[in-house]
Ligand binder design. Structure first.
Ligand code: BG6
Length: 491
């Protein structure tokens, strides 16, 4: 379906008063609308004592502060502003849903996109009420539901949520968001691999020594301790974003680029992950927590001193893991992942370290002694791809030094990549679920992650290692890889 064929649509944002709407949803919606105006009504649904006028103010301010493109398109803004509505209600009050139903009917829309931007404990109630008022299956047009993460907190709760969702919605109506899949450079992993003939033959255990996936953040826990204390890196980043990066890196070519074909292949990777349980899980993971330190010259508190964090918290803010994808392509190739908060810089990348040549003929000078060929997919912030290879350094001796071939997204295309939510919201509106998680994928990712969680719970750490905020961490992080004869990339 073409972009400009979206018919009259109501977007209902449950939890519209939250941060996500202001920072991500409104700005993304504005960019979509600006490029392809369509008959759109936005309905905010939340408990706070707001009204339509206040929501309009919040909307204008959000675009002012967060729009990706400037100058602002006043016509688009006004037209969107005129079509904003607000239903004030608690999520458990059925009257609110009656009002919502009447409002939707009065707006004469055909399609309805429900967006759950609330705390996850409200999801079941909202879904149940939407079902009760028969809002999920319209007589004309389509109805879809977008569900934000966290989608459950372990396998059992994810399956339970899924059961509730499926009582009301068909799987084809459900769009489970992982915003990493909306990032252009994440999608480019597939284009790079499957639109080019030269890399794929090397993309396997014969040529790849190991893979390193890094998702490093400068940010600390901010004001999200209530959520983060119960989550840690494993639920916040690993079960979703990191496993997604891994599946895209490791998957086979899909038979077509459509939602089911792509998701079938991702699912196979998740199913091939060597399960981690008990001692194996403990030996294959490393956890730590940030202590006080300095970032950009500014003192920052340790995790335990952040507002809302328990002084004896054992929540990990850093996680490293060694994973194996047990299939023919990847047997025995380690996938090392690491992710943490309060690291020296924000960077997300997938690095493929190719094997050393079979026989070394030249003096290879590289401080780490790593094999020369590494391909780095830079997801953010410097979006691009870098291939490192050895070249002869000038001079009479045959000394080989690493040099780089670089593709820089900005330089090549002259534009910044769009925000993930722009792509994802548009895909919900046109009904393309390729970049969303299917029910079976989520369950599989949780099944794998729950093995680790269980092992951690069975044998609680006596003390969680601490790393100084603003550094690449404790000695334990290095040792974790040194044991395998590897080292983390210096970033
Ligand atoms: C979110 C996590 O899903 O992703 C946050 O809840 C994290 O803790 C964020 O900071 C990172 O996303 P991005 O797009 O900034 O890399």
């Amino acid at each position: 379906m073409g972009k400009n064929t979206i018919g009259p649509t109501a977007l209902v944002i449950f939890g519209v008063t939250g941060d996500l709407t202001v920072r991500k949803l409104f700005p993304a919606l504005y960019e979509i609308f600006r490029l392809n105006p369509f008959p759109l009504q936005v309905i905010g649904f939340a408990r706070r004592d707001w009204d339509e006028d206040f929501l309009r103010k919040v909307f204008y301010q959000s675009i002012e502060d967060h729009a990706r493109t400037k100058p602002l398109d006043q016509m688009a803004l006004e037209s969107m502003g005129e079509n904003l509505h607000y239903v004030r209600s608690s999520f458990s009050d059925i009257d609110g849903y009656h009002k919502l139903k009447e409002l939707i009917a009065s707006l004469k829309v055909k399609n309805c996109l429900f967006y759950l931007a609330t705390p996850p404990d409200a999801y079941p109630t909202i879904i149940e009420h939407v079902g009760q008022l028969e809002l999920a299956h319209p007589t004309e047009g389509w109805t879809r539901i977008v569900i934000e993460k966290p989608y459950g907190r372990d396998l059992a709760s994810a399956l339970e949520l899924d059961r509730k969702v499926h009582q009301v919605f068909e799987e084809s109506q459900v769009f489970r968001i992982d915003h990493y899949l909306g990032k252009e450079t994440v999608q480019n992993i597939l284009v790079f691999r499957f639109a080019n003939g030269i890399f794929e033959p090397l993309w396997n255990r014969r040529y790849v020594d190991h893979v390193q996936i890094t998702v490093a953040e400068e940010m600390g826990v901010e004001n999200r301790a209530g959520y983060y204390e119960q989550a840690g890196v494993i639920r916040d980043m690993f079960q979703n974003h990191i496993l997604q990066l891994l599946t895209l890196t490791a998957m086979e070519a899909p038979v077509a680029f459509n939602a089911d074909a792509v998701r079938d292949e991702k699912l196979k990777v998740l199913r091939s992950l060597r399960p981690l349980h008990g001692q194996q899980a403990l030996a294959s993971t490393y956890r730590a927590q940030y202590g006080p330190g300095k970032l950009d010259g500014v003192r920052v508190p340790g995790y335990k001193d952040e507002p809302g964090v328990s002084p004896d918290s054992t929540t990990e803010t850093y996680l490293a893991a060694r994973l194996f994808v047990d299939n023919w392509r990847w047997a025995n190739v380690p996938f090392y992942i690491r992710s943490g908060k309060r690291l020296p810089r924000q960077i997300t990348e997938v690095a493929i370290q190719f094997k050393q040549v079979p026989l070394s003929l030249f003096g290879w000078r590289n401080l780490a002694g790593d094999a020369p060929n590494m391909l780095v997919l830079n997801i953010q912030p410097d979006e691009g791809i870098t291939l490192t290879f050895g070249a002869k350094a000038p001079g009479p001796e045959s000394i080989i030094k690493p040099v780089k071939m670089d593709f820089d997204y900005m330089e090549a295309f002259g534009v910044e990549p769009p925000e993930a939510y722009e792509r994802l919201l548009l895909d919900c509106l046109i009904g393309d679920a390729t970049l969303f998680n299917r029910s079976d994928e989520v369950a599989e990712a949780w099944e794998f992650t729950t093995g680790i969680l269980q092992a951690w719970a069975d044998e609680p750490l006596q003390n969680l290692p601490e790393y100084e905020a603003g550094t690449w961490g404790s000695a334990g992080m290095e040792e974790f890889l040194q044991r395998d004869g590897c080292r983390w990339r210096r970033l």
